[in-house]
Design a binder for this molecule. Structure first.
Ligand code: ATP
Length: 308
């Protein structure tokens, strides 16, 4: 859906993005993570067609986003890390303005605008000036602005910072709903435990380079499963290797992470085969990779390699 090829971006005296290449598949929610100063905000601004790179291309459905930035802005929603609100406008005026500037007529679509406000739980604040809202309420208003035109690609820079735990949870649910409605999301954050709740993929940026692009859930007909046996079994790896269609992601004597068919009927058969084969399975359920582990392994591994 989005394809980024060899993107290079410079600030005066500083190369912020170095030959960045990756793609995002439609309907995915990708976590954009990396240490402070890695280039996450710069990359999001380039994807939102707000910055012009030195070289490289960004294709949205095969079309260069810079060929017609205004058309691109209608397909993309962007939440900047400083929200970008007009303080003197009421929340309603902010939403109407965002809608109009993206080609949505508030006169003909008042229900949709109200629905965005409700989804972000700011419908009770519509008559209040943006400047008088709390930090969390401003953040929610800015997210409502970013989705007001039903973008196909939503770019969010630190969307959960400043939100209380309940609002963070509602935000996770909202992101899942948007994904189910067909939207593709790229979310930059340092809060890995939250990203893990809803992200399908992870993109790790360090010193302006992509150092990892990992799926967090198995693709298409495959799913990741966590398996535990009732007592340690030195031969667990071999036992699992005997099973058709099973790939081992990691294994120790008491548990394993495996990739196998996402078809429930095949999972049932697999469980029967394992038990019939003598494995004392005590837990078998769908899993996601632990993002924190993958992230730390990647970033520390890359530092050890001394990549600059
Ligand atoms: P953080 O996690 O701290 O928000 P980030 O990954 O979003 O960081 P960027 O804000 O994209 O990182 O910055 C990437 C690099 O570019 C940093 O080294 C930063 O100092 C530099 N940089 C960012 N904005 C400018 C600017 N306007 N002028 C010069 N250098 C800049």
């Amino acid at each position: 859906m989005i394809e980024v090829r060899s993107l290079v971006f410079d600030y005066p005296g500083k190369r912020a993005l170095k030959e960045v290449s990756f793609s995002l598949r439609q309907g995915s929610i990708t976590a954009l993570v990396g240490p402070n100063g890695a280039g996450k905000t710069t990359l999001l601004r380039c994807l939102a067609a707000l910055e012009e790179p030195v070289s490289g291309t960004i294709l949205l459905d095969g079309r260069d986003i810079l060929a017609d930035p205004r058309a691109t802005h209608r397909q993309i929603g962007y939440l900047s890390d400083f929200f970008g609100l007009y303080e003197e406008l009421t929340a309603q005026q902010c939403l109407d303005y965002a809608a109009l500037s993206h080609g949505v007529d508030p006169e003909t679509q008042p229900d949709w605008i109200l629905s965005c406000a409700r989804q972000l739980e700011i419908d009770g604040k519509l008559n209040q000036k943006a400047g008088s809202l709390s930090r969390g309420q401003r953040q929610r208003l800015a997210i409502a602005q970013a989705i007001i035109h039903r973008p196909r690609l939503l770019l969010l820079d630190e969307p959960a910072s400043g939100l209380d735990p309940e609002s963070r949870h509602s935000l996770s649910l909202l992101f899942r709903r948007l994904q189910e409605a067909g939207m593709t999301l790229l979310v930059s954050s340092h809060i890995l435990s939250e990203l893990e709740e809803y992200c399908t993929d992870m993109l790790v940026l360090q010193e302006g380079r992509i150092i990892d692009n990992t799926p967090l859930v198995a693709r298409e007909e495959q799913a990741l499963f966590e398996l535990r046996v009732a007592e340690a079994l030195p031969d667990l790896e071999n036992a699992l290797l005997q099973l058709a269609g099973v790939e081992i992601v990691r294994v120790n004597q008491g548990s394993a992470l495996i990739s196998c068919s996402s078809d429930p009927a095949r999972q049932h058969e697999l469980l029967r085969e394992m038990i019939a084969g003598g494995l004392r399975v005590c837990a078998f359920g769908q899993s996601k990779q632990n993002m924190q582990d993958v992230y730390l392994r990647t970033v520390q591994g890359d530092r050890q390699k001394g990549v600059r």
